[in-house]
Design a protein around this ligand. Structure first.
Ligand SMILES: [Fe+2]
Ligand SMILES: [Fe+2]
Length: 351
């Protein structure tokens, strides 16, 4: 279909425009250019350097700020953009002796520790200690504050579903009346309440079908090694289970860990969910829409929805990717589709 506006109809179209009405035939004839999510990588070496600098900024000292460096997807051409259209990702540093003040918000958050140990997040009155490779969930509307009593900084990947919550105008945020919330539960309370993941939770105060919970690195990585069965695209891949529902990790986010065997190369596919990947162990590469992205431990990168991709490693050691995707949202809307594709010819590089 082709359409050009005859001069005799110009006045009518100007009338429509003046009244904030877009005729569909004009939009079909001249589709507006929409910003497109870009595959992109934020390198750990540089992010660590910047985080160390941010950690020691005198203007932030003692004020309870969160020293988070939020990754902005350059393809979206929006100064407020997240890592993807649906998810935000940041590298956050908690300086020795520092407290990030207690607050809560409707956006759900996750933390994956990149470096350091001994910091803890207090959530719903319970202390969750975090070490390298651990994943902590902060469900919607749960009070949380961070505390680093150690003498070394702790750095984690800090991700939220904030862009999708904001899109729905459902973002609410509230500061806690004090800097920190009181600890009212013994350490390990939530994990004990679910039999360390074996039993279904029978807790009265579960909000929105998600618990504040920490998944330990050794348990998660051990699960991949123990299972061992390979998916054609993702190596050995498993999702962090939601012990309340048995479903996706969180109502809006699917959190997965995948192990690529030494010297392996997966098949290509594409799907309608965007993904934030974080290299948790080793080194490898992903080919995204024909461009090769080499990654190593600590790097964070974005896979746009429907981009063809395949993962591999040339290393004689295994590689592990942690990932966060908007799959639960896409599925709930009935929009998930996936397609196997032939291996790609590499025509360039990303990063
Ligand atoms: Fe928060
Ligand atoms: Fe995939």
């Amino acid at each position: 279909m082709a359409w050009t506006m005859p001069e005799s109809e110009r006045a009518f179209h100007e009338e429509l425009d003046a009244e904030n009405i877009n005729p569909l035939w004009v939009m079909h004839a001249n589709p507006p250019e929409r910003p497109k999510l870009a595959p992109y990588v934020w390198r750990w070496e540089r992010m660590r350097e910047l985080a160390m600098h941010a950690g020691d900024l005198p203007s932030l000292r003692g004020q309870g700020f969160r020293r988070a460096l939020t990754m902005r997807n350059p393809g979206l051409k929006n100064p407020q953009a997240g890592a993807t259209k649906t998810m935000s990702a940041a590298v956050q540093i908690v300086w020795p002796g520092e407290i990030a003040e207690a607050h809560r918000h409707t956006a759900a958050a996750i933390r994956f520790v990149i470096e350091g140990e001994g910091a803890f997040t207090v959530q719903g009155g319970e202390r969750f200690r975090m070490e390298e490779g651990d994943l902590t969930l902060t469900p919607s509307w749960v009070w949380h504050d961070h505390n680093n009593p150690q003498d070394k900084p702790v750095i984690w990947l800090d991700c939220l579903d904030a862009p999708m919550v904001g899109y729905l105008d459902a973002m609410f945020q509230e500061p806690y009346p004090e800097d920190v919330q009181p600890v009212t539960k013994p350490n390990g309370y939530t994990n004990a309440a679910i039999g360390n993941g074996l039993m279904r939770a029978n807790l009265k105060d579960v909000v929105g079908g998600t618990l504040p919970i920490t998944y330990k690195w050794n348990d998660a990585y051990g699960a991949l090694l123990g299972y061992g069965e390979e998916d054609p695209h993702d190596g050995v891949v498993m999702e962090y289970a939601n012990p309340v529902t048995g479903g996706h990790s969180m109502p809006t986010l699917a959190l997965k860990l995948q192990r690529l065997a030494p010297n392996s190369h997966g098949e290509a596919h594409r799907h309608t969910s965007s993904v934030v990947y974080h290299a948790a162990k080793g080194e490898g590469y992903s080919v995204i829409d024909g461009k090769r992205l080499d990654w190593a431990k600590g790097d964070t990168f974005v896979l746009p929805s429907w981009a063809v991709h395949e993962h591999g490693t040339d290393s004689s050691d295994d590689a592990v990717l942690f990932s966060m995707s908007d799959l639960p949202l896409v599925e709930a809307m009935g929009l998930y589709r996936e397609e196997a594709r032939p291996r790609q010819e590499v025509t360039g590089a990303i990063g």
